[in-house]
Design a binder for this molecule. Structure first.
Ligand SMILES: [Zn+2]
Length: 525
């Protein structure tokens, strides 16, 4: 087995700190572009304000308008903005709830940034957008958690389906997406006239793609702690509870709840989130609500194939992690802890181990040194102690897509796979590349002689599109390739289609930029 593409990316392609050459230039030019745009906005504010009213019909949005329309600040004509100002305040604790820790200092809400002048005249979807804010340092960081004592686990076996006839291969189809993160702006796009929320229309274009898979995984980045705990976006999130049932209806089977916003409503918020996703019929991984859960890890059986899903986060938005002895409450990244969990599910007979890692640097399009190191350790496992490596690693948190790599086990034997970051699936972040995400689709097969086959994998880039139609704001997640080939069916102009095609080409090249051998590339769709 060769791990070289993952453990030792070629130095000409990405430096060890995850700073590809092209991005360094982009960051520098981004600062200049932002400064120039702010100056232009200051000098020509009133004229620009007129220019962005009235709003164009979605069908009228062309390639230039799209960037400006996406980036402009919603006007007062676009409906009420409930709780918009509440973002910077810490949530009010529920009566009887444990006091919540002090939140970390807030930076500007990236979702609400006014970029209206910045995107003007952009030649592609990724030109001219603002430089994202400087990410905060990881408050927990890798390997910062004391090692827990090794412990036995019990297992929640979901979807018991016996393996079919002896002598036949068994295959599970899965799909995984990145961050589902409901900023205040995003929430407004889903508000109905009666005050409730409906996220299903946002996802109707990707629903048919997800429907083809048995196991559909998404990173639920915000607590669903209930409206009584106030719905807020950045920096301390709490999203409408309707989201859980809507994700289930769209086709999700499983959500990941271990990420840096897990604690945004404290431990009671995490418990309510778990109750909410359970009520919606979703499976979940990464967080647990009662002591019985401390020995529970999710193993799902689809079509006779046992799949373990483990989930961990680098940090918790500045909130403290689980107390000593209560590490079971939330999966926090620690290599030894993950190895222990992997060993347990392996001993339980899992055919495949999927590890979800909420890690990396926000807005960086290549993995950093810590990501590369941890991924290498998890793929390698601990062979001297009988621990096989993880089969599939799902990364998320950077809010931009990072590359895909599959280990080569020899001719015809594609091996373990890693997507370093799945990007944003459903968010309203307006920065360069943050409106792009990825559906990673694949098959996991066990042959009659017990051999595991990972793949083939298909990469389906998606695009978070904000627009206006019939005077109303609309938000959709659309598959890039399908919309580029047939813009009319997506209410987009031919010019917009051409723009999407250009973005798709760049995205696909980026996705395989850590694997120079094209014979090892996955499928694209
Ligand atoms: Zn995150």
């Amino acid at each position: 087995m060769s791990l070289s593409p993952i453990n030792a990316p070629r130095s000409s392609r990405a430096d060890p700190l995850g700073r590809p050459n092209s991005l360094l230039g982009l960051a520098a030019s981004g600062r200049l572009a932002l400064a120039a745009a702010l100056l232009a906005l200051f000098l020509a504010g009133p004229a620009l304000a007129r220019q962005y009213l009235p709003q164009p019909d979605l069908a009228q949005i062309d390639s230039r308008d799209l960037t400006t329309a996406m980036a402009r600040k919603p006007s007062s004509q676009e409906g009420p903005a409930p709780a918009e100002a509440a973002d910077q305040n810490p949530p009010t604790p529920a009566p009887g709830a444990a006091p919540e820790p002090t939140p970390p200092p807030a930076a500007a809400d990236p979702s609400a940034a006014d970029l209206s002048a910045v995107g003007q005249g952009a030649q592609s979807l990724t030109d001219g957008l603002a430089e994202p804010p400087t990410p905060q340092p990881n408050p927990v960081g890798l390997n910062a958690v004391p090692l827990p004592a090794e412990r036995p686990l019990v297992f929640e076996i979901k979807h018991k389906v016996p393996r079919p006839l002896v002598g036949k291969s068994c295959t599970v189809k899965f799909a995984a997406v990145g961050d589902i993160l409901i900023h205040d702006t995003m929430r407004k796009y889903s508000l109905k006239d009666d005050g409730s929320y409906d996220f299903k229309p946002n996802l109707r274009y990707v629903q048919p793609l997800l429907a083809k898979s048995d196991l559909v995984i998404g990173n639920l980045e915000n607590p669903l702690a209930g409206a009584e705990k106030r719905l807020t976006g950045y920096p301390n999130f709490n999203a409408p509870q309707e989201l859980a049932a809507d994700l289930k209806e769209i086709g999700f089977t499983t959500v990941l709840i271990s990420n840096n916003h897990s604690m945004d409503r404290g431990w009671p918020g995490l418990e309510t989130t778990i109750e909410t996703v359970e009520r919606a019929g979703l499976d979940y991984a990464g967080g647990y609500s009662d002591p019985e859960d401390k020995r529970r890890r999710l193993i799902s059986v689809y079509n006779g194939v046992k799949i373990a899903l483990l989930a961990y986060t680098y940090g918790l938005n500045g909130y403290p992690g689980p107390k000593s002895g209560e590490e079971w409450r939330l999966g926090v990244i620690d290599r030894q802890l993950i190895w222990n969990d992997m060993r347990s599910v392996q001993e339980e007979g899992a055919d495949f181990i999927i590890v979800s890692l909420h890690f990396g640097n926000e807005y960086q399009r290549k993995p950093n040194a810590e990501q590369l190191k941890l991924v290498g350790e998890l793929l390698a496992g601990d062979p001297t102690n009988g621990l096989a490596g993880a089969d599939l690693i799902l990364g998320h948190h950077p809010h931009v897509v990072q590359p895909f790599v599959q280990v080569d086990n020899g001719p015809g034997l594609p091996g373990q796979a890693v997507i370093y970051s799945l990007g944003n699936f459903m968010t309203s972040q307006p920065f360069a590349y943050t409106y792009l995400g990825l559906i990673l689709e694949g098959e996991l097969t066990v042959t009659p002689d017990g051999q595991k086959i990972l793949g083939p994998f298909t990469l389906i880039p998606t695009y978070c599109h904000k627009g206006v139609k019939d005077g109303k704001r609309v938000y959709r997640v659309i598959p890039l390739a399908l919309a580029a080939n047939d813009p009319q069916s997506y209410d987009l102009t031919p010019a917009m289609g051409a723009n999407l095609a250009k973005t798709l080409k760049e995205m696909n090249a980026h996705l395989v930029s850590m694997e120079p051998d094209s014979s090892k590339w996955p499928n694209f769709k």
